[in-house]
Write a new protein. Sequence first.
Length: 239
Amino acid sequence: MSGELLPKLSPSVKTRLGKSIHTNYRGPVIRGLIFDLDGTLVDSLPGIATALNHSLDDLKLPNHPQNVVETFIGDGILNLVIRALGPDLADQQGALLSAFQKHYAEDWKTGTHPYPGFVELLEEIRQREIPMAVLSNKPHAYTVEIVEALFPKNIFDSVRGHREEFPKKPDPTTARQIISDWNLEPGEVAYVGDSTVDLATARNGSMIPLIFSWGYGTPEDFPLMDSVNDLRPAIFNAG
């Protein structure tokens, strides 16, 4: 994209094909961070797969293996349900959606955990008084519950999941609201994610895109971070 703020990252940052991209971070100074949740901060796949398959059991429909459920994630619960059913069972969408919402309230706890090293990094960022937020397409109530259960209290300045009155990512409306609340410019804020949706969110909002390689729906031709430590030079050594 013309004029895009592309980060130059550490040697371990690679493309999906495993090729090293940059040697050092030479990007703009990051004064705020907005994080995606699923596939970025937390590995939520086990809980999502468990809840989905319990819901399919309720409807006496075939289950999906976890690696297939992974391909359904990233655009909210409704799209998860639509993808799980496929076009031949579209008439079951309402029933499966209701069942999933019931089961996920308990099943999200099954295997959902922060990626290694993230809690410690967030605490270090907080000590430096850099504002942080979570912005997810997961329903708002679940987003808040998971963040409160898995991360230190008040580590984030704002936690936003999807609410019907606001458009979902990759629309940047909610991200822009968060940035405005911080009295920052979009180009001073990094959107940290794991998917093509997150990359599009950053681009649409004129933010700095920082994308991990381990999540759900990872871009194929964009510099990716392979570990939490790859985020450190971007945050602490920029400029």
